[in-house]
Design a protein around this ligand. Sequence first.
Ligand code: FES
Length: 160
Amino acid sequence: MIFLEHAQQTITKILQKFPAQQRFSLAILQEIQKEYNYISAEHLKAAADYLSLPLSQLFSMATFYKALSLDKKGKFIIRVCDGTACHIRGSQNILGEIERALGIREGETTEDGLFSIEIVNCVGSCAMAPVVICDEDYFGNVAPGGGEQIVETYRKKEAE
Ligand code: FES
């Protein structure tokens, strides 16, 4: 019950940072995304109620912008670049290692909510291919076995 009250206070605080006007829709959704790493159905509804807008309007916005997600994401999002340079240099093998280490596939989130895996296109660091990004850290020239090491690094980080 205490947790629910805290969650309610947090979303209320986010909403009240902005005037209840349509032009702040995107800013509100971005703020919710930043706080929770995704936008839940309840939070989308809370934002629609606050702004007196149809839920469908905010839903369209949340699906249109790539930076917004309606799916729950992990605390750590491991992004494997699969652009041409990275693909040629073995990104699929790295992806396979990460998927096996976490027991999930690309696009999924681990049950403990710690990790998600995403495939991205060229991130502009082709000279370091293959590239993996996690928590804003870039890993370049990832060798075989490197995918597992990256997972281990963040598991340790979380345990500290
Ligand atoms: S293709 Fe991966 S960084 Fe360019």
